[in-house]
Design a binder for this molecule. Structure first.
Ligand SMILES: [Zn+2]
Length: 356
């Protein structure tokens, strides 16, 4: 679908039923074609991309630039294949996201050790973790969690966008050719794209703003119907992803935008209104998480059991879903703590929470 002359919304299939496709955007020009996000590295997604490009009169070897919103496999998964087809293609992302890839993804064993200790600290029984390892479910090479599964938070309706899983999706990691900073502008073929750092869904998530047509490419930061996954992970104890996410919503709201172009679902007509809905959703969720603590000192696991999940009770989740759900609960607790509404109690290598 042509959005404005020379800019096309494409579709590549996802790996699970929760979200049917992701939407790369193709800028066409005499110089070749430039993409904002690509899709999974699966044969099906690659075939779809090849077909989509052919309808625009291009082949994969004509891809000149690949902008990456963030390092989840449904966005970055095809990058390795694209580099094989078009070795001169520049892969472009925020430097912050590349730092995160290096610390989070490139040493899977270290991550697994850290993550296991973190699960225990927040109340997940060691036996459950041992059983998951025996089943191969927690190995760093385990297949990616399906996007809908990975993000079992109470939604503003519907399933959820790509949460943390293994890389999966037929991908390999490649170092970006260009590492952008917040606010940097990239010009090509008459286009001018400004990098907008929007941490929250991932630490280095990038939206891009196009000033001539007043378009905002939102990746997974803002989606029209589902709520992006925002989790505090084992390697982020010192940060507050939910407070980052809220600030990032306000940041994109402040741009003069005619419409927003997300990576899933459909075009967003009123970006600011959608951001306001997401902010309100998390306000309500913060209250729910605080109430779920009850009157005593409570672990992240028990709080997660006490809140509502759209995908069913916490105890029915597999270990990946539990880790993701726990991460979402903790993202809310962290913000509540910063606001002085809850406090943490460290006891015997366990972490508990109490209302204030
Ligand atoms: Zn996605």
């Amino acid at each position: 679908m042509e959005i404005v002359p020379g800019l096309h919304q494409l579709k590549t299939p996802m790996a699970g039923p929760a979200l049917p496709y992701m939407m790369p955007y193709a800028f066409t020009g005499g110089d070749g074609v430039s993409l904002f996000d690509a899709g999974f590295g699966t044969p099906e997604a690659i075939a779809a991309m090849t077909k989509e490009l052919a309808t625009l009169g291009y082949e994969p070897k004509h891809i000149r630039r690949l902008f990456i919103s963030h390092a989840h496999p449904d966005h970055i998964g095809m990058a390795g294949w694209i580099k094989d087809q078009a070795p001169d293609c520049q892969v472009i992302m925020l430097e912050r996201e590349w730092q995160w890839i290096q610390s989070r993804w490139l040493d899977g064993d270290a991550w697994t050790r850290l993550s296991d200790g973190w699960l225990v600290k927040h109340g997940i029984p060691q036996e459950d973790i041992d059983a998951a390892h025996e089943a191969g479910a927690l190995s760093p090479t385990a297949p990616a969690v399906k996007p809908g599964q990975a993000a079992p938070e109470k939604p503003a309706g519907g399933p959820r966008a790509g949460g943390p899983g293994g890389p999966g999706g037929g991908m390999r990691w490649i170092e970006p050719d260009v590492k952008l900073q917040d606010g940097e502008v990239v010009e090509f073929d008459g286009w001018k794209l400004r990098a907008v750092w929007t941490p929250g869904h991932t630490p280095g998530h990038m939206c891009m703003y196009e000033p001539n047509h007043r378009l905002m490419f939102t990746g997974d930061h803002v989606l029209p119907y589902i709520t992006p996954n925002v989790s505090l992970h084992a390697d982020q104890e010192g940060s507050s992803p939910l407070s980052d996410f809220r600030a990032s919503l306000q940041k994109v709201s402040s741009f003069d935008t005619q419409c927003a172009l997300p990576a899933h679902e459909f075009t967003i007509a009123d970006l600011k209104a959608r951001c306001d809905v997401l902010l309100h959703h998390h306000d309500e969720r913060l209250n729910e998480v605080r109430e779920a603590i009850g009157s005593g000192e409570t672990s992240g696991r028990v709080i997660s059991q006490n809140v509502h999940w759209n995908t069913g009770p916490f105890d029915d989740f597999n270990i990946f879903m539990k880790r993701s759900a726990l991460g979402e609960t903790l993202a809310h607790l962290r913000l509540l703590e910063d606001d002085g509404r809850v406090e943490r109690i460290e006891a015997d290598e366990r972490l508990l929470w109490r209302k204030k």
